[in-house]
Design a protein around this ligand. Structure first.
Ligand code: NDP
Length: 291
């Protein structure tokens, strides 16, 4: 069997179109949705990711601003910037591009963001609300994963879902969302004994490890929906996922490509969360939004 490829680029384009309509509605009511991106250091990959996010904002009618800080900037300087952005009424969403340089404690920085502006969904408030089943902001990558799974038409209730990788950004929230959708979830990580034993019984397999082709074709259950989150750059500059795409394509029912899969969806969900933050602000101000 040859799997259906879930085209994240196309799906993201559709979602970004919806965001544009919602942004237009806000703009018509006098509110311009705004996103502030904080980048610390000069990691080339981070700079590309932020540039892509800001370009997507512009196309969707969201005002964006980039705040670049030196690689050796102090924690106090980062927190002071976040305080300023928290207080700025023109900024509805704040994202801090990760990873941060090693001397900056990630948790302290993320926790400083106002929960109302946490459009990456990584603040403990957001993660706690996700855990309780009433998410305020859903982390962007897992939200994108769930949108991609929707396109398969699979009823997730009772399905075996296996998530490989347990980061706070991807693996853990993805596992929670699959659980809420009714799947029976197994969360694997670097200490998991016999990874293949788990992946082979997955109706839904989400891989978020960051090791090229750690999932070989024979680790995929025939007919499974395979979501490959990993982004790995070869020495020649080629992008590879965590899954051996060519081999898995012959076994899976659905599969996401790298690039052009989860990456564009993450950006689309960030735009959606930023608009949501601006819509909530409008509601709080009593501003009526048109149909
Ligand atoms: P982390 O490094 O934070 O987490 C990686 C996870 O993989 C850890 O839980 C680790 O386990 C687990 N792991 C490592 N080795 C193995 C192994 N041999 N078998 C099973 N599990 C293993 O990464 P992220 O979650 O931040 O990102 C994962 C990948 O997804 C990266 O390639 C990243 O670039 C990509 N990514 C892509 C995004 C997109 O939009 N497309 C967005 C975010 C990330 P342990 O906890 O035990 O160490």
């Amino acid at each position: 069997m040859t799997a259906t490829i879930i085209d994240g680029k196309l799906l993201a384009q559709r979602l970004r179109g919806d965001c544009k309509l919602r942004a237009d509605r806000l703009n018509a009511a006098g509110i311009t949705p705004g996103l502030a991106a904080v980048v610390v250091g000069d990691d080339p990959a981070s700079k590309i990711y932020v540039r892509n996010k800001l370009k997507a904002c512009q196309e969707a009618g969201i005002r964006s601003e980039e705040h670049a800080l030196a690689p050796d900037c102090s924690l106090a300087a980062v927190l002071a910037l976040i305080d300023r952005l928290n207080a700025d009424a023109a900024v509805h969403g704040i994202l801090v591009q990760l990873p941060l340089p090693a001397h900056l404690p990630q948790a302290a920085v993320i926790e400083r963001i106002s929960p109302d502006k946490d459009v990456d969904g990584l603040h403990p408030h957001s993660l706690g609300s996700l855990l309780s089943g009433h998410a305020r902001f859903v982390p962007c990558t897992p939200a994108g994963i769930m949108e991609m799974l929707k396109t398969t038409g699979l009823d997730l209730r009772g399905k075996e879902a296996v998530v490989v990788g347990r980061s706070n950004i991807v693996g853990k929230p993805a596992a929670l969302m699959l659980l809420q959708a009714g799947a029976t979830v197994t969360l694997c990580h670097s200490q998991t004994a016999d990874l293949a034993r788990h992946t082979r019984r997955a109706d839904v397999l989400v891989c978020a490890v960051g090791k090229p082709q750690i999932i070989s074709g024979d680790m995929v259950k025939p007919g499974a929906a395979v979501i490959d989150v990993g982004i790995n750059r070869t020495p020649a500059g080629k992008l590879l996922g965590d899954v051996d795409f060519g081999a898995a394509l012959q076994r899976a029912g659905w599969i996401t490509p790298v690039p052009g899969g989860v990456g564009p969806m993450t950006i689309a969900m960030l735009l959606g969360n930023t608009i949501l933050a601006a819509e909530r602000r409008a509601t709080a101000l009593g501003v009526k939004l048109g149909a």
